[in-house]
Design a binder for this molecule. Structure first.
Ligand SMILES: *Cc1c(COP(=O)(O)O)cnc(C)c1O
Length: 378
């Protein structure tokens, strides 16, 4: 057997996922457990319990896992929790909000859209006004950190507005879960979804839905899909501890180890703290070279940072990207519709050493391109 790429040569992923994971998380996958193996069933249950603990929801919420990438479980949430006679209000300030619209179109879920510019946070006062005028809305969907720009939406305020109007909140916390606080008691919601491979630093392969117990009970029969039926997945797991269809066993073993490391780091506080430090080093290092962030620091989540494209005609994004990749750092093109930009992530198993390394690499690549400043045009 040959190993074509040694672990040492893997790049550092300054992206929104998949992310750099620890060696111990990767090593946890070196087992072939059958789906009915009691060792696997026990680990699976432990993973679900730990995920519920992150939101302090043991008394009120359950965790329903689902095979696939994060979008699979967003689709499952929207298509299960909004009943046939319901109507969803989608709050949009980026590509992941827009993706929820696409999901609703596929499933014929009646919905209204309320949109903001990509660099603007969702305004709870406008949500308040919209709900006052639109009594037919039963559910509201929001993205916690809009990964398009890295903007942090005011989740607690939005949740308070939705609860005051007695509507139900559905949250995509994919890129924030585990790094930004989200706890039952501070935020009221029917369901929140996230995945194994973002701030919890597992490997890709599964998403999960943390659902309020009564709300989940109420979804029985709502699903228009066999695979995405969260209620059925939950019932099956309650009865025999097993997933309905082949579980991503290796992913779950890795996730269990990732959660051990998450807890050892001090949970949301510790994880979020490291990411904030990473984010601060990244933005200050880039600003020192003239780059400008799209967002002011007050709106920036410590997840992924959007930089406005420099004005220097010598700056060619593809060369910049390639130069950084050669030096072991993979970044991300922009996803904005309005502003020409690129993004650098600060999540995953990365710390200040890697952030300093990335800044050094940017300095070197700018020099090879003959770019003297990262400043955008005014
Ligand atoms: C990453 C992400 C998703 C899911 O993306 P996948 O590529 O399907 O894993 C959904 N919403 C947000 C906000 C994300 O950051």
């Amino acid at each position: 057997m040959t190993q074509s790429v040694s672990i040492d040569s893997d790049p550092y992923l300054l992206t929104p996922g998949p992310l750099t994971t620890s060696l111990s998380v990767k090593q946890a996958m070196l087992h072939d457990y059958g789906s009915r193996d009691t060792r696997f069933i026990d680990i699976n249950q432990r993973v679900l319990d730990r995920l519920v603990d992150i939101i302090a929801g043991r008394d009120s919420h359950v965790c329903v896992p689902l095979q696939g990438s994060g979008t699979f479980v967003v689709e499952a949430m929207l298509s299960n929790f909004v009943p046939k006679d319901g109507r969803l209000l989608i709050l949009i300030n980026g590509a992941y909000g827009t993706r929820m619209v696409t999901i609703c179109d596929y499933h014929n879920i009646p919905h209204d859209n309320l949109s903001w510019r990509e660099h603007e946070p969702i305004d709870p006062a406008m949500v308040d006004e919209y709900l006052s005028k639109n009594p037919l809305i039963t559910h509201v969907a929001v993205v916690h950190c809009e990964t398009t720009t890295g903007i942090k939406n005011p989740l607690e305020e939005i949740s308070a507005v939705v609860a005051r109007h007695q509507r139900r909140l559905l949250i995509d916390s994919m890129s924030a879960f585990g790094a930004l606080p989200l706890e039952v008691g501070r935020v009221t919601f029917d369901a929140v979804v996230a995945s194994s491979n973002k701030c919890l630093e597992g490997v890709p392969g599964m998403g999960f839905c943390l659902a309020e117990k009564h709300a989940l009970e109420g979804t029985e029969g709502n699903s228009d899909s066999l695979c995405f039926d969260l209620y059925a997945q939950h019932r099956a797991m309650e009865s025999n501890g097993q997933w309905r269809f082949t579980p991503p066993t290796h992913c779950i073993l890795a996730f269990d180890q990732a959660l051990t490391e998450f807890e050892a780091e001090g949970g949301v506080k510790g994880r979020g703290g490291r990411y904030q430090h990473n984010c601060d080093l990244l933005t200050s290092g880039m600003r020192a070279m003239g780059f400008e962030t799209l967002l002011p620091d007050s709106l920036q989540a410590p997840i992924i940072v959007t930089f406005v494209m420099p004005a220097d005609p010598n700056f060619i994004f593809q060369s910049f990207y390639d130069g950084l990749a050669e030096r072991g750092y993979v970044i991300y093109p922009g996803k904005l519709t309005e502003v020409d930009s690129f993004r650098m992530g600060c999540i995953g198993r990365l710390d200040e050493t890697h952030m300093r390394g990335a800044i050094t690499a940017v300095t070197e690549v700018l020099a090879t391109m003959g770019v003297t400043s990262g400043a955008p045009s005014q």
